[in-house]
Design a protein around this ligand. Structure first.
Ligand SMILES: C[C@](O)(CO)[C@H](O)COP(=O)(O)OP(=O)(O)OC[C@H]1O[C@@H](n2ccc(N)nc2=O)[C@H](O)[C@@H]1O
Ligand SMILES: Nc1ncnc2c1ncn2[C@@H]1O[C@H](COP(=O)(O)OP(=O)(O)OP(=O)(O)O)[C@@H](O)[C@H]1O
Length: 275
């Protein structure tokens, strides 16, 4: 029997590394990225309906489209059934943490549950981040986003910060100085957090320098994160402007996040665990 409504969490996607290794003839870039997912995110609820509808609620609802411009709507259309979608929006938009992509993947997973059949289409057609967001767990993402290899990694304690400045992904790719950069080094043999931190320090986000050029607030965020006690690594996610800092598992990151939020009330700050 199938149920009347289905609810799925849409976690923030964090690119711990993002190497741009080339560009295809159609302009899309070849990527090599280690991706993990946070315990902060949006929530989508999908119910059977006679016609499509989308309601956006929550603290980050302002400005989010409620029509076919929203990736949730396009995901439901791609699935091929009319549904009433409620999107409870907690992630900032155009923030490099895959908000729209994670929402779209959550709609597809919710519809799979609701209608009791797999999505027959290609998640990549909804966006380069949608295939990895379907996995919603630590993975390596390659090619333009369609090759996704799940990874066994330890949970990592992190603080996420977005300066509340939207950054357009195409503009950041366009501002890249080089497109033929080296891929990630081989993953560490040990999957202990210390070994992962050591390996991560030698990897990059190639979109970080062009994004900092377009959005100077990113450098300010990275400065603030880098000065937190016990920080193991601070870097930008995706095309920005959200940045993350990683910590040992016993670090009091909730208190640090509260202090950072008090010092920068206009920023979006979240303490989280990446898995
Ligand atoms: C930057 C990342 O977030 C890293 O995970 C993704 O590569 C972008 O994922 P996304 O936002 O789902 O991307 P899409 O909506 O497919 O593409 C947005 C724009 O980003 C650029 N783009 C995206 C992916 C890719 N492999 N090469 C690109 O050049 C293109 O200009 C494209 O028009
Ligand atoms: N479900 C959605 N939530 C937020 N914005 C959405 C959504 N669907 C479409 N959009 C539109 O997409 C734009 C990009 O927002 P999104 O949060 O997907 O960011 P992104 O930075 O491209 O994510 P990433 O690059 O990490 O995949 C927004 O400005 C908004 O107009």
């Amino acid at each position: 029997m199938t149920s009347a409504a289905s609810e799925v969490f849409a976690p923030a996607k964090i690119n711990l590394t993002l190497h741009v290794t080339g560009r295809r003839a159609d302009g899309y870039h070849l990527l090599d990225s280690l991706v993990m997912f946070a315990d902060v995110g949006d929530r989508v609820t999908v119910a059977r309906a006679d016609h499509m509808s989308l309601t956006v609620t929550g603290p980050m609802a302002a400005g989010v489209p409620t029509d076919a411009r929203n990736l949730c709507w396009r995901a439901a259309e791609a699935f091929g059934q009319p549904v009433a979608i409620t999107l409870d929006k907690h992630l900032p938009a155009a923030a490099g943490i895959g908000g729209g992509s994670s929402d779209a993947a959550a709609v597809l997973r919710a519809m799979e549950q609701l209608f009791g059949r797999p999505f027959g289409g290609d998640p990549l057609s909804l966006g380069a981040d949608v295939p990895v967001c379907m996995v919603a767990h630590a993975a390596r993402m390659q090619s333009i986003g369609e090759i996704v290899t799940p990874l066994d990694l330890p949970p990592l304690r992190a603080v996420l910060v977005n300066p509340r400045v939207e950054v357009a992904t195409p503009a950041v790719f366009k501002a890249l100085a080089r497109r033929d950069n080296a891929p990630m080094m081989p993953l560490p043999d040990s999957r202990q957090a210390d070994a992962v931190f050591g390996w991560l320090a030698d990897q990059r986000n190639d979109l970080q320098p062009p994004a900092e050029g377009l959005c100077p607030e990113i450098s300010q965020v990275l400065g603030a994160l880098s000065s937190l006690d016990g920080v193991r690594l601070a870097r930008m996610s995706g095309s920005g402007a959200t940045c993350f800092a990683l910590f040992d598992s016993d670090t009091p990151t909730e208190a640090m996040a509260r202090d950072l939020q008090a010092a920068f009330p206009q920023w979006w700050v979240a303490a989280t665990i990446l898995t």
